[in-house]
Every structure is written in C-alpha cells, then in structure tokens.
Design a protein around this ligand. Structure first.
Ligand SMILES: [Ca+2]
Ligand SMILES: [Ca+2]
Ligand SMILES: [Ca+2]
Length: 376
C-alpha cells in the first residue's frame, strides 16, 4: 500500500469530481469534470469536488459539490478542469451483461509533468484514477460495482478500485484512452461515484540566477547564493531536496535541505551560504547551506535533485567554464527566461545582472525577484 499524504514524497491527489448516472449517453468527448486543489505544499488538500447528475436517457450535468442550486461555490479555486481533465467517449450499456462501458482519457492541465517526479522518469505506479466513493445506485435498485479495475489500493479508504494511466503527460498532453467497465444492474436508473486522480507531479524547479563571486568586501564563503524559480502550477517545498556543486576533484557530497522552504508557483527562493545580510552582501536568503557548496570563480557546476525511492533524480543543473562571464566580481548571472535551456551559464540564454539591479550595499543581482535580464 502507498501512503499518499506524506510530506515531501507525497503523491498528489489532483482533482476530485463526481459523476452520476448515464454519464455520457448525451455526447462524445464530454468532460467528466474536474476540480480545484490548493496551490499549496504537501500534504495536498482536495478543496472541491463536483457533483454530476444524469439519467439513463442521456442527461448529465455537473456542479460543485454542495451547491445544489447551481451557484458556484466561492471556495472554488480555478474552477472545473483546472488541473486535470477527464473526458469520456464511446459510452454504451448492455442490459444483458449489465456492463456500462466508456472510454476515459486524462489530460494534464498543469505546467509540470504528471506521472513523473522530474519530467523524465516515469512514475512506476502511473497516474491512477481511483473511486473515492461509489459507484452507488441512486435511483432504482441493485448494487453497482467496478467491473474491470486495474487494481485495488488504499487511498482515502481501503480497497478502492482504480484505473492506471502508465505514462508521463506533459503540459496539455492527453493520455491514451482506457475503457472502463462498471457493473450496473438493469434495475437501476441512475448511479453515482466520485473520483480522485493520484499521481506523482514533476517538480518544475529552475536554477534561475547564480552569484558565484560576491566580490568587494564580501567573501565567497559568506556571499555566494543562487536563486530557484518554480515554473510549476503547484508550490514546491524544498525541504528534503538535495543540492550539490562540483569540486576540482569531482562531485561534492549532496546537501539535504533541512528546513521548510516553500516556493510558490511562479515564485522564487534564494539559497545562500549565509543568511546574515550584514556579512553576505545584503541578499535575502531563504535557506543557508553554509559551507556545503563552494562555487568556484573559475569553472563549476550546480544542481538540485530529488530523492526518489533509491534514486536521486536531477531536477535542474547548470555549469560554467568562463570566469570572465560567469564569475565576475559582484555581478550575478541571470537566466533570461525560466523556460529557456539554462544548462550553460556562459551561454546566450544567460546575461549579467543589470547595472541598475543593485541589492544590498553594492551587489548586482535580483535575489528573490524577477531577473533584470528577463525577456518575456
Ligand atoms: Ca565563488
Ligand atoms: Ca564548487
Ligand atoms: Ca532573480
């Protein structure tokens, strides 16, 4: 069994929605529904479910759970289908076998990848859509059940049936269709169930700015820092992630980030040698790693990684060879846009912090803020 609401290694319960009755007798490619979730660090709360009501003659409609009059609930964040969209098609019911059947696809509406912890590695358990409740007959008689589940596991209760989508879905990507079969007695008229989607979600962290050489009166051991940008839809807590740089002799030991640092969607965090702005040149540092990293004023590499099972997966890595470009006295190196390939800090996707971008006493850079070199 998996524990899915645990800090750091938590898998995300993405949306919840409810379906009732003959869910797609009315049309193909019909959204099954969706819901919202807090853009908050783990553990994730499911903030909103959707009730969908239908009948065997092809009626189906959805509304936020509890909003029986159809008014949108004020607590909804983002509205329906914000994070994941499920779509049904090819609906049929066989009154002899009593199998109610339809195809379901999953679409990822997040910036970050779904079904992967890092955008590259496949979640071995896949994206799982599970039955939080139901299927339950809501009018008529009889007992409904899931007929062809891929498996049963403990999510929000024991022995909940689920369907697996064993693939990585990038932003906006739609999964292959999967045929779901429910056993619905012919004596039933309508039925209901509630689904959640559970999956690993990529941490879309970008090393966005680096000060390798503080210069002036600020020493390297006090004044080095780098900035991380969260390009994902969800906040990411850096606690438990690992950072490392290189040494002349090769790789240096990983440093495990040991305290909570939540980076909001579209937000920044600064990791520096020292947090004291009196000695670090004036950068507001969210997390101090001490002497664990030392960014050479010649050539070096820096990465941030995620522990995943027995592996350590690199989330992002940058390197530089040119002291004249990437280790100038008191001038940070800025990525022009977080979406650009940032692997080579000496390259044209990076630029020097502007002479107008001053922080602290004399440093040039934009710690915890959009880069001065930013290009939309
Ligand atoms: Ca340095
Ligand atoms: Ca180093
Ligand atoms: Ca910046």
């Amino acid at each position: 069994m998996r524990v899915h609401i645990a800090p750091k290694t938590a898998r995300r319960l993405v949306p919840a929605f409810m379906l009732m009755g003959a869910l797609a007798a009315c049309s193909d490619q019909q959204p099954l529904g969706g819901s919202a979730e807090a853009a908050a660090p783990q553990p994730v709360r499911v903030l909103q479910a959707y009730d969908c009501a239908g009948s065997l003659d092809g009626q189906v409609s959805c509304r936020p759970a509890g909003a029986r009059t159809g008014a949108a609930s004020p607590i909804i964040i983002g509205g329906q289908n914000t994070y994941v969209k499920l779509t049904s098609s090819n609906v049929s019911y066989d009154s002899i076998s009593e199998i109610f059947q339809f195809d379901v696809t999953v679409q990822n509406l997040l910036n970050e990848g779904l079904g992967t912890p890092d955008g590259v590695t496949t979640d071995p358990q896949g994206i799982r859509v599970f039955f939080h409740s139901g299927p339950t007959v809501t009018s008529g008689t009889g007992v409904a059940s899931v007929y062809n589940a891929d498996g049963y596991d403990t999510f929000t209760a024991s022995s909940q049936p689920y369907f697996t989508y064993a693939e990585i879905l990038d932003k906006n990507e739609v999964s292959a269709a999967k045929t779901w079969q429910l056993l619905i007695p012919r004596t039933a008229a309508t039925f209901a169930f509630q689904l959640y989607v559970e999956s690993d979600v990529q941490y879309l962290l970008v090393i966005n700015e680096v000060l390798t050489n503080p210069g002036g009166t600020t020493s390297d051991v006090n004044g080095e820092w780098f900035e991380v940008y969260n390009g994902g839809t969800f906040a990411v807590n850096l606690q438990g992630l690992v950072i490392a740089d290189s040494a002349a002799s090769g790789r240096r030991p990983y440093h495990v980030i040991s305290s909570s640092v939540s980076v909001p969607s579209g937000g920044y965090a600064v990791l520096g040698a020292v947090a004291d702005t009196v000695v670090n040149g004036g950068a507001d540092v969210d997390y101090a790693y001490g002497s664990a990293l030392a960014l050479a004023n010649s050539m070096d590499a820096l990465k941030i990684s995620r522990v995943y099972g027995t592996d350590t997966l690199t989330l992002d890595r940058v390197s530089y060879l040119s002291a004249a470009i990437s280790a100038q006295n008191g001038i940070s190196r800025e990525l022009k846009n977080p979406a650009l390939d940032n692997a080579n800090m000496d390259g044209s996707n990076w630029a020097d912090a502007s002479a107008m971008a001053v922080y602290g006493a004399a440093g040039r850079g934009t710690p915890r803020a959009q880069n001065s070199a930013y290009v939309p």
